[in-house]
Design a protein around this ligand. Structure first.
Ligand code: NAD
Ligand code: GLY
Length: 344
């Protein structure tokens, strides 16, 4: 098992290894002493991993209840959030009890927000089961639900008590969902780590999961330790995301987040004249990720500007200078369309 200590305002460990679900009870006892644990999961993950998780917690002496909601982004809303809070209240969880988020980023974001707000905050533990959740959403304390007006519009920063990533759970991920996570993994290489990028270039989807996930979490830790509340360096993690958001929205969300980020990274790399653009695009293609879109620049720019990360007259774009080095550039709103056009 690899362990990384996250140095946010509240420190915690991320444990990464094989077969950790069956050791979850033991790992939980090392960080908190709840009487009751509520596992929050979704309708795809619970049938696969619910029982092993529950057994492990019960064997460690915890009383376990579970709440399962329909899988998918459309559940990450106010109605599900309130149902979770009601479930916690009906089951009389107290301030010293604990929530476990068992699933991908949807479960993690929603259960994390419920944990942050139920009784003004109780402990929660992230147990990511998608690649995206393992390398990104389970670490760093961003929690959120979507509002009708847009994604992640209600949420807060609330760090988990522990993250436990059992890499065996990734074996049941449908290939397109695994590939979506690969776009985020490649992003870490482009942002911070030429050696990671070279490993990915050569290995493709057969990369060493434990080593690569561990490296991505270490890299995310360096960012979160410096800028937990997303006022500076953490924005680098948005590489490909502003244009990607435009692609997701412009396609009426028929293009997945990972695919959109892949296309977004390719567009910014081409447009800013990065000397490594062809290598970045080649690596994305090696993973079966798209690097082009038929949507036009005007549609993309308009959709991208509805992203909550823009300010009144400028949008912060993350531009690769070379593999392992990117910078944050404040781009006037009026120039976004021509910037995108140049990278299509
Ligand atoms: P997801 O949670 O919807 O999971 C994708 C699909 O895979 C779902 O159908 C899920 O049921 C299924 N699944 C999960 N684990 C599985 C497994 N092991 N085997 C089989 N199926 C499995 O999506 P995601 O890509 O994990 O996360 C996307 C969400 O994460 C978005 O809501 C996004 O806003 C959020 N996010 C949050 C952060 C953050 O910092 N908090 C960062 C990035 C993304
Ligand atoms: N996923 C971006 C962040 O954690 O800041």
């Amino acid at each position: 098992m690899n362990t990384i200590r996250i140095q946010a305002s509240k420190e915690y460990d991320v444990c990464i290894g094989d077969g950790l679900l069956s050791r979850l009870g033991e790992l939980v006892t090392q960080v908190c002493k709840p009487q009751k644990i509520a596992i929050i999961s979704d309708s795809h993950v619970w049938p696969l991993y619910g029982q092993v998780t529950k057994n492990s917690l019960e064997q460690a002496g915890f009383q376990v209840v579970n709440y399962v909601f329909p899988a998918g982004e459309s559940s990450k809303n106010g109605a599900t959030y309130l149902s979770v809070l009601n479930f916690l209240a009906e089951n009389q969880l107290t301030r010293t009890d604990c929530i476990i988020a068992l699933g991908g980023g949807v479960v993690g974001d929603l259960a994390g927000f419920a944990a942050a707000t139920y009784l003004r905050g109780i402990d929660y533990i992230q147990v990511p089961t998608t690649l995206l959740a393992a390398v990104d959403s389970s670490v760093g304390g961003k929690t959120a639900i979507d509002l009708p007006a847009g994604k992640n519009l209600a949420g807060c920063f609330y760090q988990p008590k522990l993250v436990v990533c059992d890499i065996n759970t990734l074996n049941t991920l449908p290939a397109p969902i695994f590939r979506d996570g690969c776009a985020e993994v490649i992003k870490y290489g482009v942002l911070f780590d030429p050696a990671l990028f070279v490993h990915l270039e050569h290995a493709g989807c057969a990369f060493d999961r434990k080593t690569v996930i561990t490296r991505c979490v270490e890299l995310k830790n360096t960012v979160v330790a410096e800028d937990e509340f997303d006022a500076g360096r953490r924005m680098l993690l948005n590489l490909g995301h502003t244009v990607g958001h435009g692609i997701e929205a412009g396609s009426n969300f028929t293009i997945s987040h990972g695919q959109a980020v892949s296309i977004g990274m390719a567009i910014v790399a081409r447009s800013c004249g990065c000397g490594d653009a062809q290598r970045i695009i080649g690596c994305l293609q090696r993973f079966g990720l798209p690097t082009k879109t038929t949507l036009d620049a005007q549609v993309l720019a308009e959709a991208a500007l509805s992203d909550k990360k823009r300010s009144a007259d400028a949008v912060k774009l993350i531009l690769p200078e070379q593999i392992g080095k990117c910078r944050i550039v404040s781009t006037p709103v009026a120039q976004l369309q021509s910037f995108i056009e140049a990278g299509l």
